[in-house]
Design a protein around this ligand. Structure first.
Ligand SMILES: Cc1cc2nc3c(=O)[nH]c(=O)nc-3n(C[C@H](O)[C@H](O)[C@H](O)COP(=O)(O)O)c2cc1C
Length: 399
């Protein structure tokens, strides 16, 4: 979503300014052009050189700089006129107060005021001591800022630089890089509750061994992120993965197919949409050994007996008043034929078929959408970009 976007990143004078260097890198990595604007106080915490090196561009820090050049005479207006979005991270209590009251005594606050808010949205990531954050003046300013349509990311709660524990920590760079994507996504799922399963399941054989599969969870996590960006309240029921929880997604960790079903049953009745992406094991061992199965001295190997696992998607889809159910099918052959059969058997409106071995663990995916209207093939793309497309497709069918 950030590919080719021009983002003005404002940095103000808080300890969390060190996180903005990492944020700059992440935004650049996602294809954005980043122009950094720093307040005088920000330069006490981190040098402009750091950002000039990371962006490969000049850092803007002075309302009066380059006044001799006609071209740059109006930086305080031009920079956000050309930009697609502006993010101030960290945003101090002082800068929040100035924004709330329309003050413009430095380059950053001039840019905030002079931007065309219909085409350059502004988001702030407040960062301050918990008492500063709780102060009635800051809370009053926060209300004004929100009322003016400015997005507020965070703050988080936790241990602060001063040693106190409470609200006021700036979100992590990775969370902010995800949060800013939501500024570019149509809020097609606003007010909707979405339940998503992701990753593999793990079926224990004994206390140290188990059956699993090669699913990485990337597709399900990307969908959870895309749905959250589109305004949904997302619950992600996840099998074991190494992935970070997407920003503003509630994650419920499970291990086995039965554990995943139990969690889905708990959340599905309050959900508008259920997307089953997890690669759920079809079978589990009939009896999990209490102790580690010992290797025999002779060539005897243990005999395992399997029983069928519950079908999570079919169980949810066949309940009274089910959510809009979307299934994923990973096949190795006859993708469309097997996919259609699966969709009809499970009684679901939409099935997304992909090639299992090609999709598992990869960053890209190619899928075919199967519904009552027929077959709709999507081009191969990154799972992140595909997730945004799929969310738009689902929202369109739901509405
Ligand atoms: C060591 C130190 C750390 C500070 N950390 C913060 C902070 O995290 N958040 C904040 O709102 N102000 C913080 N301040 C106060 C701001 O730097 C101060 O209010 C300044 O005027 C902000 O200017 P600016 O908003 O133009 O960047 C800190 C000050 C010092 C000396």
């Amino acid at each position: 979503m950030l590919q080719g976007k021009h983002i003005v990143l404002g940095i103000t004078g808080g300890i969390a300014a060190y996180k903005s260097a990492q944020l700059t890198r992440l935004l650049k990595k996602r294809g954005a052009r980043v122009s950094v604007v720093m307040t005088e106080s920000a330069k006490q915490f981190i040098t402009p050189l750091t950002f000039a090196s990371l962006t490969g561009d000049a850092v803007y820090d002075d309302l009066w700089q380059n006044r001799s050049s006609a071209d740059s005479n109006i930086t305080h207006i031009n920079l956000t006129r050309e930009a697609d979005a502006m993010l101030i991270a960290p945003c101090t209590a002082n800068t929040m107060a100035k924004i709330a009251h329309g003050m413009a005594d430095d380059l950053l606050t001039n840019l905030v005021l002079a931007r065309d808010s219909s085409r350059c949205p502004l988001a702030i990531a407040p960062a301050m001591n918990m008492q500063m954050w709780a102060n009635p003046a800051t809370q009053r300013n926060l209300k004004l800022i929100k009322h003016d349509g400015i997005h507020v990311f965070g703050p988080a709660s936790g241990e602060q630089a001063c040693g106190e524990v409470g609200d006021g920590r700036m979100l992590e760079a990775a969370e902010l890089a995800q949060a800013i994507e939501s500024l570019f996504v149509t809020q097609s799922l606003k007010g909707k509750k979405v339940l998503i399963t992701a990753g593999p399941t793990f079926e224990a054989i004994d206390p140290v061994r188990g059956l699993t599969n090669r699913s990485s969870g990337k597709m399900g996590y990307a969908l959870a992120h895309a749905a959250a960006c589109a305004g949904a309240q997302v619950t992600l029921v996840s099998g074991p993965t190494h992935l970070d929880t997407p920003f503003q997604v509630t994650r419920v960790d499970v291990e086995s197919a039965q554990g995943m079903l139990d969690a889905c049953l708990q959340y599905s009745s309050q959900s508008d949409i259920f997307i089953a992406v997890a690669a759920v094991a079809d079978w589990r061992t009939a009896n999990v050994a209490t102790h580690k199965i010992k290797k025999q001295d002779d060539n005897d190997v243990p005999m395992l007996t399997f029983v069928q696992n519950p079908d999570i998607l079919q169980t949810i889809a066949s309940r009274n008043n089910p959510p809009y159910c979307v299934g994923f099918a990973a096949e190795t052959e006859h993708l469309i034929e097997f996919g259609q059969r699966k969709r009809l058997k499970k009684g679901i409106p939409l099935l997304i078929a992909n090639n299992g071995p090609a999709a598992f663990g990869a960053d890209d995916n190619q899928v075919v959408l199967l519904d009552d209207a027929g077959i709709h093939e999507l081009p191969k793309q990154s799972k992140i970009s595909l997730a945004h497309t799929l969310v738009a497709e689902i929202a369109q069918r739901l509405n």
